[in-house]
Design a protein around this ligand. Sequence first.
Ligand code: SAH
Ligand code: SF4
Ligand code: F3S
Length: 438
Amino acid sequence: MSAPKKLFIKTYGCQMNVYDSERMAEALAVSGYARTETQDDADLILLNTCHIREKASEKVFSELGRLRALKDERPDLKVGVAGCVAQAEGDEIMRRAPVVDLVVGPQSYHRLPAMEEAVQKGARAIDTDFPAEDKFTVLAGRPKAARGPTAFLTVQEGCDKFCAFCVVPYTRGAEVSRPADRILREAQELAASGVREITLLGQNVNAYHGHPGGLAGLVEALSGIEGLDRLRYTTSHPNDMDDALIAAHGNQPKLMPYLHLPVQSGSDRILKAMNRKHTADQYLALVERLRAARPDLLLSSDFIVGFPGETEAEFEETLALIRTVGFGAAYSFKYSPRPGTPAAERPALPDEVADDRLQRLQSLITAQQHAAQEAMIGREVEVLFEKPGRMPGQLTGKSGHLHPVHVTTDQLRVGDIARVRITGSGPNSLSGVATIPA
Ligand code: SAH
Ligand code: SF4
Ligand code: F3S
């Protein structure tokens, strides 16, 4: 057999793209590709791209510029663009960037082997369909490769919410849920490969309806898989948090006490302009119900500052909401107008105003993050170790609350879950001492 061809995938954007990159690599394994960690020895380079903000999209074109130089040196190199920029701007990429041999959207990458074959014969290939067939049915089962102890598993794709600022409904299409039996099979395959924690993914994961009991039903079914100890899910929309899922946070011990529940803004007027379809008070009431089910639940959120028309008073309502909730972490973004979205038609705020608000919001969030970390000092938590730490003899893992935890130990290995007493808190992580292996 000839030596395998090498595939390098550069992944941008969200966790869904990380998962898709793995599945693309598995699809191309059938065509004789092995994944490589550098572009230097690659025969095929795929950029799995993100369209969410202007900066994310621009990265693709500057990367393509660099790849043009590389291809001048190695004319046999093939270059592909996948993901959300491919979906949104595929035709333009084909027109503007002759370096690109193939463009494939997030719903059609099961067709990559055929596209690759065409490319090898000298063609250029583009496929940004939302095909009728489900890509996950066409793709084979997950190979029995040794894996790290954590994995992503996409259970739901697409979004019907049409928030006024967001490209996802256009790049990922309508909401679709994968059938529960296939997800269970994939989770079993992952557990058999050494995975102990699965994060269920969806653009609106709690809109999942591939199980009669919704996402809560799926979590319960997955909890029965032996060797699978921890479950998480992301990203949720506040309006899709149903009673059963809220209750699951109290009655499903494998469901970890951390929830990413983006609210975007604390101003009712801005929430309405964003088409989020809930108020700040409704969000706060939801947080209360979740904390009643699971008192130590740690919450995180996404925020957009400088949305068109946002006043100083409205921004301060966002700060007030943050103070009321007390988040364990949060991601905050300066509003970026995206072509084709309704908000892009509205006049933008001056950059300095948005920059200033972003900075103020981030310092509040950082303070809350540190407070949440410091509250862990002296407590004993369970940590799943994911990789060696930066210092010799150190292991790094995550607590149930998703805090990175460093422990110096010669008793434990990657993949172990152990009880750890937290002794210190750094800028973005905790340190501790292992007590009894669990
Ligand atoms: N489905 C998820 C998040 C998808 S995108 C949800 O509904 O919350 C991830 C985050 O990017 C969003 O939560 C939002 O905060 C941010 N985002 C999306 N579009 C944006 C835009 N045009 N400008 C700035 N931030 C944006
Ligand atoms: Fe985008 Fe809103 Fe859908 Fe999230 S819910 S993916 S922010 S449109
Ligand atoms: Fe980006 Fe697409 Fe994810 S736009 S955030 S890669 S769904």
